[in-house]
Design a protein around this ligand. Structure first.
Ligand code: BYC
Ligand code: FE
Ligand code: FE
Length: 483
């Protein structure tokens, strides 16, 4: 815990960056630490702080044995600073410096650009914990409660990861930015989080699963591109973060999948064949597939906004300077400079939606968003397989990228999920069919009753196929503190 000056800070923060011999950074982190613990303690309800949670903790960077599982009280979680191993002879993978040795220090001319990206990345991590702060009260099982807290502590660690970079490489202004990461707050009027989706609410567990499936996947894509950075410490930090990110998306995909599974089971048992017979389905305390589709529409489109404008000079500069690469840059077979290449981006004009070739350098955000859409469609396909197998005639779909957008070419346009441009009037009269209505939200909320008995699950969700760390079905993932 904080407050004990005897604790060797270096051993309290597992790290592979030689913190104990880096007195300046160690001191800076020591100064930042109490604010972090205060933020955590103010945020997460006390009874959970005092509960013992079966968590994995990152203890190294060896791909085979980087984590260990044990019961931990969350405020005592060992938020470590871990970078993937340095790759001998690594070079800058893209842009005008391609092939030059990767930077081990911040390149002066790109300092502002680099700092901005680190700050934006850092800002999303605590934001997500803030968004999820109320969910512990209504967890559908101890298994799910544990997964929520696992995601939360790791997002906390991701904040540490960015704060380390700020303290280590950005001097006084880095220190100020690190403080501001704890000052801004999700949904705040005066000091909101930087990106739109991180000021939205995560009001229920289906939202949490959709968020970890769709929004953590933006995290994956952005971390993948930052892992390609010519600034080596950023690359190494992001490479290690990605090993944790996989679990967040697993929680999302299996969480949505288990929700669907339960609905299908109940429909089959009750002999309900029409997936649109919403009232009858809801009588059984499960979430109907059309409502699941609406939640999917919302979280997917909020996440699309996180890719920024389709055409962006910020993004062109980041690529050209070697600060941020493309998804899988190292596997792409081209000159990695893109001086003459083009890329098709979506445009919206009076004549509707078109694709238009623009210089590929300026289309980095669009390209990453396209890669994201491909990546996100995988799980949707697997969910549809479950539905098909159950003999229910319903298909979940990713809506058209023009639907429900606030950033980029389609911002504010009345485009339906199929991609047709409608009159505003027609759009407004149908939007309740496409996005969760207040009534949908109220219904889902009514299902959010906590289940705290080991091995038991709320009415609307099926148990997982396998336990965390191969634990049996009735394992007590959280030993709740009863106060
Ligand atoms: N909301 O030229 P543009 C994660 C601003 S998630 C509000 O397109 P750029 C996680 C933009 O800042 C991953 N504002 O911008 C997931 C710019 O402002 P300025 C987080 C927005 O830079 C779950 C202006 O509009 N990491 O890790 O090309 C749980 C013009 O836009 C938004 C990153 O995002 C928005 N959605 O692209 C936990 C990586 N979009 O500069 C964690 C770092 C744009 O004109 N960030 N604006 O004042 C970036 O690479 C880029 O900043 C962005 C934006 C891709 C986000
Ligand atoms: Fe994260
Ligand atoms: Fe995540």
């Amino acid at each position: 815990m904080s407050g004990n000056t005897e604790i060797s800070y270096d051993s309290m923060i597992p790290n592979n960056v030689g913190l104990s011999s880096d007195k300046r950074v160690l001191k800076a982190l020591e100064k930042w630490h109490p604010g972090y613990i205060k933020w955590w303690n103010d945020l997460i309800p006390k009874k959970f702080q005092e509960s013992r949670v079966y968590l994995r903790t990152a203890v190294g960077v060896d791909p085979k044995g980087w984590a260990k599982f044990d019961y931990v009280k969350m405020p005592e979680y060992r938020w470590g600073i871990l970078l993937a191993p340095q790759v001998e002879g690594r070079t800058i993978p893209c842009g005008e410096h391609v092939g030059e040795p990767a930077w081990q220090e911040v390149p002066g001319e790109y300092r502002a650009l680099l700092r901005r990206l680190v700050v934006i990345q850092g800002d999303t991590e605590p934001a997500s914990v803030e968004q999820q702060r109320f969910l512990g009260q209504t967890a559908p099982s101890l298994y799910d409660l544990r997964n929520l807290f696992q995601v939360n502590v790791e997002e906390g660690r991701h904040l540490w990861a960015m704060v380390y970079l700020l303290h280590k490489y950005f001097g006084a202004d880095g220190r100020e930015e690190a403080n501001d990461l704890l000052r801004r707050s999700s949904g705040s009027e005066e000091a909101p989080r930087m990106l739109g989706a991180f000021n939205e609410e995560t009001p229920d567990w289906l939202s949490f699963f959709m968020f970890t499936y769709f929004t953590d996947r933006d995290g994956k894509m952005q971390l993948e591109s930052l892992a390609q950075s010519g600034f080596d410490p950023l690359s190494r930090t992001c490479r290690f973060m990605l090993t944790e990110e996989a679990h967040h998306m697993f929680v999302g995909e299996t969480g949505v999948g288990r929700t669907i599974q339960k609905t299908l089971e109940v429909m089959n048992e009750a002999g309900i064949t029409d997936p649109f017979d919403i009232q009858k389905i809801r009588e059984h305390g499960v979430i109907d597939l059309p409502t699941l589709q609406k939640k999917l529409n919302l979280h997917y489109t909020l996440s699309l906004d996180l890719f920024g404008q389709e055409v962006s000079t910020n993004a062109a500069n980041a690529f050209n300077s070697g600060i941020k690469g493309r998804y899988m840059e190292h596997r792409i077979d081209d000159d990695h400079r893109l001086s003459d290449a083009t890329y098709p981006v979506s445009r919206f004009t009076g004549d509707g939606i078109q694709l238009e070739d623009v210089p590929a350098l300026t289309a980095m955000n669009m390209r990453l968003r396209d890669d994201y859409t491909k990546d996100a469609s995988g799980g949707v396909g697997r969910w549809n397989k479950m539905i098909e197998k159950a003999g229910v005639s319903f298909t979940l779909k990713l809506p058209h990228v023009g639907f429900n957008r606030e950033i980029g070419a389609f911002a504010g346009q009345p485009i339906c999920p199929e991609g047709n441009v409608l009159s505003q009037e027609s759009y407004d009269s149908q939007v309740a069919d496409w996005l969760p209505s207040t009534a949908d939200g109220d219904y889902i909320q009514s299902l959010m009753v906590p289940v705290t008995e080991a091995g038991k699950y709320a009415s609307w969700i099926a148990p997982p196929k396998v336990g965390i760390d191969n634990k049996p079905g009735d394992f007590e993932y959280v030993q709740l503190h009863m106060a």
